[in-house]
Ligand binder design. Sequence first.
Ligand SMILES: *Cc1c(COP(=O)(O)O)cnc(C)c1O
Length: 228
Amino acid sequence: MPSLNDALIHVQQQIHIAAKKHGRPEEDIHLLAVSKTQPAETIAAAFALGQTAFGENYLQEAREKQEALAHLPIEWHFIGPIQSNKTREIAEHFSWVHSVDRLKIVTRLSQQRPVHLPPLNICLQVNLDDETSKSGVALQELEQLAIATIQLPNVKLRGLMAIPKKTTDITQQRAAFATLARSLKQLSSIALLDTLSMGMSNDMEAAIAEGATIVRVGSAIFGARKSQ
Ligand SMILES: *Cc1c(COP(=O)(O)O)cnc(C)c1O
């Protein structure tokens, strides 16, 4: 396995190359290191290498690492499914939430966001594949959820997130991301939105080609996860 330093540099280079190839300004693309299942020491090591934003899926696991790393100015992003009894801790301990897909959750996040903190940055997670089992708001219900979200005082709607169906076909990857990008554009009449959270280790280039501003990368930085 390559060292963390080599892996991180490799991912940064992939972003650089994809940005160049697809005519995107590199500074528009932010790397979110997805650190689920990784120990706090590994996050600290990545932070020492200059990586400042980390994404976590499981609240309890994230909270333990946040406590251990409280001395570091890490920007924490919550990217996993959200149960309503977890919203308070998420509202208190994260800067971003990428996985909002219903009004009840985002209403609670706004109510529970401590007023001394800046508004919680929100991405609405969109279900692009219309499988009833998967999380994400349906495309037909997205505008309504966006309109409701921008009216909440302590959250700031930044954009959209999606996890498209896994495929190695780059044309299919791009088609899914293009749909998300189009949806963001359609919302531009109701709010100024600047974020497309899309692309993971295996479909990062396609996402960048279609306008990703945050790529969420785990295994390409930290190696394959043991469980999941
Ligand atoms: C795990 C995860 C990622 C990272 O996936 P990799 O394939 O390891 O890069 C990105 N986004 C979400 C929502 C995830 O759960």
